[in-house]
Design a binder for this molecule. Structure first.
Ligand code: DAH
Length: 335
């Protein structure tokens, strides 16, 4: 700070102070900038304006009046510049934070579950209400669970290497979810009331109704005195929940090594004219009980296996199984 100087110098410095201060306020871009400028120029203790006021004392008395008048002008100009700068940055902040509620929103694109997943979840839900728990088993299986324990003889067409994906010695991709029946019975004593859903693999040529991988739902109920009548009523209750109250159900005699007697399950609904085959079922063969250590003299049971793709396709009128695996969003969006 200049010590005692001439009035002329003091007035020049006052002018310079005003120019710098006005520049600081007008160029301040944020509330912090404005505050920094306020402290530097208008601060009550160390501010430059305060220093300029102190200067008055050191001026000769005939210059005090002139300097005082100039000083008051500068002070007013700085205070006005400060007010203007503060107003300006606050308005800017409000504008930056504002949301234009008149703009159209960005609609979120919701994903959805695959129709097969939806079908599987619905089946688990229906059978859950009928008292069936959910069981699981591995997709890479051993021949014991896929064939031997299911009473499928060592020489049987179902074991043909052309009809199965064999891996290393004794292991394979499971060709049916019936494997899970064995795993459940091996791991717990009767009674049993489970469904299992999963992928199965067979080297079929892909066309509108075949795929080398598809899904099955397997059901198993074992207890003291379970009958074919129980099988039929459970499947009818299931079909009514899944397809509609007007569903009809029919058993056709068939053969599976793991059930005796065995049936093919057909369904007819909504007044349709063609019976649709949904899968196989039957009373658990005593040899299967023996393989898992159950006493066939004390318990009986039924089992069934239905194709998930078929259930899903019949329900939604899908006529090509390949649509279920192509993940074309135009198709999937419809479910
Ligand atoms: N596992 C048979 C298949 O894949 C379907 C089947 C038939 C399952 C009868 C069963 C059953 O549980 O009792 O063709």
């Amino acid at each position: 700070m200049t010590p005692t100087g001439s009035l002329q110098d003091a007035l020049l410095e006052l002018e310079e102070l005003q120019a710098r201060a006005l520049h600081a306020f007008t160029s301040a871009a944020s509330p912090d900038d404005v505050e920094a400028a306020r402290i530097e120029y208008l601060g009550l203790k160390q501010g430059r304006l305060k220093a300029a006021q102190e200067r008055l004392k050191s001026l000769p008395s005939d210059g005090k009046k002139e300097y005082g008048r100039q000083f008051n002008g500068v002070k007013q100009a700085l205070e006005a510049a400060f007010d203007a700068a503060r107003g300006r940055v606050e308005r800017k902040k409000v504008a930056d934070d504002a949301v234009d509620v008149t703009l159209p929103g960005i609609a979120p694109r919701l994903g959805r579950r695959h129709p097969l997943t939806q079908t599987a979840e619905e089946l688990i839900d229906i059978f859950g209400r009928l008292g069936f728990a959910v069981a699981r088993g591995p997709e890479v299986e051993d021949v014991h669970h896929n064939f031997d324990a299911l009473n499928i003889p060592p020489v049987h067409p179902a074991r043909d290497p052309l009809d199965n994906f064999y891996l290393s010695e004794g292991s394979m991709l499971r060709s049916q979810t019936s494997t899970i029946q064995i795993r459940v019975m091996e791991s717990q004593p009767p009674p049993v009331r489970v469904v299992a859903i999963g992928r199965v693999y067979r080297p079929d040529t892909v066309d509108a109704t075949h795929s080398f991988m598809f899904h099955q739902i397997e059901g198993l109920m074992v207890d003291d005195g379970v009958t074919m009548g129980d099988l039929k009523s459970i499947l009818r209750l299931f079909a009514k929940s899944y397809l509609g109250e007007d569903v009809q159900i029919r058993f056709r005699p068939s053969f599976f090594p793991f059930t005796e007697p065995s049936v093919e399950v057909d369904m007819l609904w909504h007044g349709g004219r063609r019976w649709v085959e949904m899968g196989g079922a039957g009373m658990v063969d005593p040899n299967v009980f023996k393989a898992v250590g159950y006493d066939p003299e004390r318990v009986t049971g039924f089992a069934f296996g239905l194709g998930i793709e078929r259930l899903c396709m019949r329900r939604h009128g899908i006529d090509d199984i390949r649509l279920l695996y192509q993940n074309d969003v135009r198709f999937l969006d419809q479910f």
